[in-house]
Design a binder for this molecule. Structure first.
Ligand SMILES: Cc1cc2nc3c(=O)[nH]c(=O)nc-3n(C[C@H](O)[C@H](O)[C@H](O)COP(=O)(O)OP(=O)(O)OC[C@H]3O[C@@H](n4cnc5c(N)ncnc54)[C@H](O)[C@@H]3O)c2cc1C
Length: 404
């Protein structure tokens, strides 16, 4: 493969790159996507992403329109309840001081979202990609450089091939080369925190609740999964200060499990850790622009945020849907400049407000200051106390911008 001429070039085949590829292939465009790494599609293989993604209602609607949801649904555990618990104070093990339930049934007859293991998501997306003859996925290849002209863009890969394309989409993650080569700068914030992720079984059923337990260092969150070997099961995202997270990572498995049980306030009874533990640095990052000549950034190439409120990949799907809808028209990419400028306008505000909002929630959640912890508990009670505020908050969390 030396020279190719295609409609859309996508750099990166992480979850966002695969979803972008499928969405444009579904419109009949010729799509070419590269990634140095082949996605790992079995949970026991090296490098498997054992995190899970909670897809919120708008993401599901978009994936259903692409014919993807019916393939993901068998693996998706619904989230009907969002429980916020505060456990601040000097007690160790901690005890629950405030617990409030937000019910999906208050705002619609659908769950808030559906939780899917990331390795299964990748497997399903890859299988689906095989169904499109106009979509080429190439692994082991890296985007190296880009030249942009008025009538087309030229992408050079690390094997020396050249791809001529009408539109380039950077889905190449937080260190995006496409962003870099487009001279798009970022603002970045490090929180000196890590998220530890793993899977647990528990004594009590989760009853399809996603449960956030606040103390200091960040929330400890259960997200429901299907039963494992007959036992109730959830994925956990435990955010902690770097110092504490590093200490936890050096513990022996039984000691770690003991800490997990304590930190969970035994809310779901005794827990057993049944997977490896992975750790993720917590940062917030925002690209100053989403577009450059013949180029759009999506997903983590454009925005990274702390894993609170399941916003990351859900925001990415909103990016992809926006571009997809703009490219759907009869002009078939003859108006790339117009598409890019509308994309920038349509996503800018939502991305900025969500990044700011999640950063603020993270600050409140990780605080160990007594006054901040007291205000957090009061805040939870206040936000829960009025049905109007409670319902609007739930809609905003889901990415529903217009009240019903
Ligand atoms: C602990 C945790 C829990 C989370 N939970 C949720 C959740 O419940 N809901 C939610 O919506 N979001 C969640 N997120 C966020 C979500 O996981 C991320 O948004 C998502 O994984 C990022 O996907 P991506 O495709 O943008 O980036 P990546 O997965 O990083 O993919 C980028 C790809 O680009 C490739 N690449 C890099 N450079 C090049 C190059 N030069 N050329 C070609 N390819 C290149 C890489 O190899 C990689 O495969 C969570 C995040 C964390 C850390």
């Amino acid at each position: 493969m030396r020279n190719r001429n295609i409609d859309i070039f996508i750099s990166g085949a992480g979850p966002a790159g695969l979803l972008t590829s499928l969405s444009f292939a579904s419109l009949g465009y010729s799509v070419f996507c590269v990634d140095p790494k082949k996605p790992v599609t079995r949970s026991n293989d090296d490098g498997a992403d054992l995190r899970t993604t909670a897809f919120l209602q708008p993401a599901k609607t978009f994936m259903a329109s692409l014919g993807l949801w019916e393939k993901l649904e068998p693996f998706a555990e619904p989230m009907e309840i969002m429980r916020i618990i505060d456990s601040a104070g000097d007690n160790w093990p901690p005890v629950e001081t405030t617990a409030k339930d937000f019910l999906a049934s208050e705002i619609s007859d659908l769950p808030f979202g559906w939780n899917i293991p990331n390795w299964l998501l990748r497997r399903t997306l890859l299988e689906n990609a095989m169904e499109y003859s106009n979509l080429e996925l190439k692994f082991g290849l890296t985007t190296s450089s880009i030249i942009r002209r008025d009538d087309a863009a030229f992408v050079y890969l690390n094997d020396g091939s050249q791809i001529k394309s009408k539109l380039i989409i950077g889905a190449d993650g937080r260190d995006s080369l496409v962003r870099d080569k487009s001279q798009i700068t970022i603002s970045k914030r490090e929180f000196s925190q890590k998220a530890l992720t793993f899977i647990v079984t528990h004594e009590k059923p989760h009853k399809n609740a996603s449960i956030e337990i606040h103390r200091s260092g960040g929330p400890f969150t259960f997200v429901p999964l299907a039963d494992f070997e007959g036992k109730p099961c959830s994925s956990v995202v435990w955010m902690e200060s770097n110092k504490n997270a590093n200490r936890l990572l050096t513990l022996k498995p039984k000691e770690f499990e003991g800490e997990v049980n304590n930190r969970s306030c035994m809310h779901l009874g005794k827990l057993r850790v049944i997977s490896a533990i992975s750790d993720w640095p917590i940062i917030s990052q925002l690209a100053k622009q989403l577009t450059a000549k013949r180029t759009a950034l999506v997903a983590e190439a454009a925005h990274v945020l702390p894993p609170i409120g399941a916003q990351g990949l859900n925001m990415s799907l909103a990016d992809i849907k926006s571009l997809h809808d703009l490219a759907k028209g009869p002009s078939r990419l003859t108006n790339v400049n117009e598409i890019l400028s509308k994309y920038e306008q349509s996503r800018n505000f939502d991305i900025k407000t969500r990044v700011l909002g999640i950063n603020a929630l993270n600050e409140v959640s990780k605080s160990s200051i007594y006054v901040a912890q007291k205000s957090r508990a009061l805040g939870i009670n206040f936000l829960h106390s009025s049905p109007k505020i409670r319902q609007r908050l739930m809609q905003l969390g889901l990415g529903i911008n217009e009240p019903n």
